[in-house]
Ligand binder design. Structure first.
Ligand code: FSX
Length: 380
């Protein structure tokens, strides 16, 4: 974990203390055993030492509502859709509920002056202590005139909100690297948060990048859970991504990898190779150069991911993916095989999260019966 991350103070509230996560879990009928299984899998997915699991469980169970301000700029709202897209009551969802989300354009009830007053109140009350989440890129061209909120440019809003933040999390490829709004010819001069810090346009703060268009829900909540539990950021790579989730390429963990190694490739989307599930490399799959956990954590509650649905990876979590050439043009340089053992260890850790909660068969069966399922139900 990063040593330069300041500790944050949990949000004090008037009157009785708000319920802890453990109390919320009990109300949702989620057993202590189910919670511990989740913590064990999360410890593994975050690549923490197993000895830290009890500490993680205790801290998560007793953590109380840190103040979080989430600001959105040039984006499509896919990132918010992703983090809120939970089909069943999950512990990840409860962790998201466990933060005090004091400002979020899409999710807050307040509008207009009231919304801005909420942001300013949180900034004042928790100066130096709140967590700032940013999605969307920031238009920097022509003094930021291309996007304004409440009469100020996105750049001005970021400048004033970043000042009192304990740490910043860039949610999505747009906030991390510029993303789609930055695609050539980048008419608004879009920039990512880190680039603005490097330029000196905004204050430097401890920063995590969670790229992906959009990012995987569990990656977002995993980083928040780490912050809730330890009041620090997780270990990051050279692009400030959590190593635990971006340490391997999609290709390293892809279930079609065997076909790649055997030289079996689909040449069109409807040929025999495609029907047999062969490797999509020659159809433009960017899995070999894309670092993310889609192949193991998957999407839609662990159901599938693009390659499993028959389409190559478009590399949406990599910088400048829109300008990296056609999504359907194959990478020119063959990728050397990496250690299968390394990939298997990482995949096992990630898969542990899903299996700790409940199996896909159980979820699918529940869906077909229109039931609501909790871990508690599945343990019966
Ligand atoms: Fe960008 Fe997110 Fe892609 Fe969309 O907020 S990462 S366009 S999924 O919504 O910023």
């Amino acid at each position: 974990m990063s040593s330069d991350t300041p500790r944050f103070r949990h949000t004090p509230e008037a009157g009785a203390l708000p319920p802890s996560l453990q109390e919320r879990l009990q109300r949702q009928g989620i057993s202590r055993r189910g919670f511990l299984k989740f913590c064990s899998a999360l410890t593994s997915a975050l690549a923490l030492a197993p000895a830290l699991m009890p500490q993680l469980a205790h801290a998560l169970a007793t953590a109380r509502r840190p103040s979080v301000i989430w600001i959105s700029f040039q984006e499509c709202t896919g990132c918010t859709e992703s983090i809120t897209r939970s089909h069943f009551p999950t512990i990840e969802g409860l962790i998201f509920n466990q933060i005090s989300l004091d400002y979020h354009h899409t999710l807050q009830a307040a509008a207009g002056h009231q919304a801005e007053a909420a942001r300013e109140a949180a900034m004042q009350a928790f100066d130096g202590e709140y967590l700032l989440l940013v999605d969307g890129s920031i238009p920097y061209g022509d003094e930021g005139v291309y996007s304004t909120i409440a009469g100020i440019s996105n750049l001005q809003m970021l400048q004033e909100t970043v000042k009192g933040a304990a740490a910043v999390i860039s949610i999505g490829t747009c906030a991390a690297y510029g993303g789609l709004p930055q695609a050539n010819p980048n008419p608004t001069g879009a920039r990512g948060v880190e680039e603005l810090m490097q330029m000196g346009a905004i204050e430097r703060k401890p920063l995590v990048n969670i790229p992906g268009c959009p990012p995987i829900p569990l990656v977002m909540t995993g980083v928040i859970a780490h912050y809730l539990a330890f009041a620090t950021l997780p270990a990051l790579d050279h692009l400030k991504r959590p190593k635990a989730f971006y340490g391997e390429t999609i290709h390293d963990r892809c279930y079609r990898r065997t076909f790649y190694d055997q030289g079996k490739f689909a040449k069109t989307f409807d040929d025999q190779g495609a029907r047999l599930g062969w490797c999509l490399y020659k159809l433009g799959c960017k899995g070999p150069t894309t670092y993310n956990a889609c192949a193991t954590l998957k999407w839609n509650d662990g159901t599938s991911f693009p390659i499993e649905s028959g389409h190559g990876c478009i590399g949406c979590s990599e910088p400048k993916f829109w300008d990296a050439g056609s999504f359907y043009k194959s990478l020119s340089t063959p990728i050397a095989a990496k250690s299968v053992a390394t990939a298997a260890v990482a995949a096992g850790a990630a898969i542990g999260i899903a299996s700790a909660l409940h199996s896909r068969e159980q979820r699918n069966a529940a869906r077909s019966q229109h039931q609501t399922v909790t871990i508690h139900d599945l343990e019966k």
